[in-house]
Design a protein around this ligand. Sequence first.
Ligand SMILES: Nc1ncnc2c1ncn2[C@@H]1O[C@H](COP(=O)(O)OP(=O)(O)OP(=O)(O)O)[C@@H](O)[C@H]1O
Ligand SMILES: [Mg+2]
Length: 499
Amino acid sequence: MTDQTDPALDPLRARIASAQLGAEAEERGKVIAIADGLAMVDGLPGAELNEIVTFATGARGFVLTLEEDHLNVACLDPADDVAAGTRVTRTGLLASVPVGEGLFGRVLDPLGRPLDDGPLPDSEERLPVERPAPSIIDRDFVSEPVETGLLVVDALFAIGRGQRELIIGERQTGKTSIAVDTIINQANSDIISIYVAIGQRTSAVRHVIDAVREHGRMDQTIFIVAEASAEPGLQWLAPFSATSIAEWFRDRGRHVLIVYDDLTKHAATHRELALLSRQPPGREAYPGDIFYLHARLLERAAKLSKARGGGSLTALPIAEIEAGNLSAYIPTNLISISDGQIVMSQSLFAANQRPAIDIGLSVSRVGGKAQRATMKSVSGRLRLDYAQYLEMKMFSRFGGFGDEAMAARMKRGERIAALLAQPRLSPLDLLTQIALLSALNDGMLDDVDLAEIAHLKTKLPSMLANDSRLSDLDLRAPKLDHEKRSAILEVVQSALKQA
Ligand SMILES: Nc1ncnc2c1ncn2[C@@H]1O[C@H](COP(=O)(O)OP(=O)(O)OP(=O)(O)O)[C@@H](O)[C@H]1O
Ligand SMILES: [Mg+2]
């Protein structure tokens, strides 16, 4: 009879008890095929979606999709020396990014690795790149504005904190400029900014970073960059990981503006990875989950309830269209996911009306509620007057208008167009915007030279700021009182006289 209690066998029993049979075999996988940054991996049945895995070469990737008999892994490092047969191991860690104050002023890749010459970001905390959107109960209504400093946007398409406003247009029509101007205009606000570059040229990203730096906004801005030359896996992750960084602030009661430049390129990367992993192509060869991809991203933008700290995450996704075709697949998806769109017009851009925003096609579906009442009171007729002017202008090509009332409207319209034109990187504060529109409504500008209006815009801000009668003006008040209104108009008057 063998002795169950023989102490000499104890070490052996302990070893048997601690051995996890099969576990080691499970954690071994190998590459079946790899192309263009996407590897098909056999084995690793325990791997989770978004889990980081390591190739024997040291390169890393993350689990993009789980198939019945293999995994699709998107590479996060150059993987030139990874080939069929290369061993793959799990890390048990989900793809994550460092978060926190230490990221301000930094240019990082979607995993938080420095792309500036700085050290690893100073942060102890990391968040997974994919996180659930806040529930309805945790949200509040959009009620506070994000001022862009662009008169045409703030007056006609006000954006609220927590809103998702799409900026959409053809190539080189000023899409990025709208977003950058908005970042720069936050100098006197408590909104912090995150700019996400997806599939952009290096020079374009540089341009944005330089503009933000020159305007002293670097210490309140974070850049997450996956350029066109970056691994597709990194480009795919970029908007998600940047949103996690934004959420860390949002969940601490802070206000964040995030710019995704641009989601058309993100969609193209998603399509590329899906085709490489042999998912069935759908419309325009995009996989069936492309709508869900961007819906789950943009749902993370929110205004949180008081109980959740009242923070907000405002999203400005950018999308590119071809030949003015707003009804292509990705544009229509994005339009339906967001709370409005700013549509850029190539013909306005060519006609030097910049920012070249098409006021007929643009809309902001929730921002009106967030617009300051003082602004609302002066911008009421603007859209209609401007739209009428544009129409009349088109018809006046066939002959002038004899009618005096018509001529007056044309005159007013030309002043509106001049007011709404604004060079890059020259945001107007709310008081200046209100002063300009008040003067317009009062007819004060009707006989002012069009060229003079541009001067007026540069002169007014400091004159208004230095006027003692306006020092206690509260633009959050529900109404501009009569006295202040006259003071504002007097300042405009003297600015015009100086010219
Ligand atoms: N308000 C403006 N006034 C004058 N020029 C402008 C204005 N906005 C943009 N531009 C100019 O138009 C060009 C294109 O601007 P921007 O890069 O913002 O466009 P985009 O639509 O983002 O281009 P892309 O399709 O290449 O991303 C730039 O040279 C920029 O300087
Ligand atoms: Mg751009």
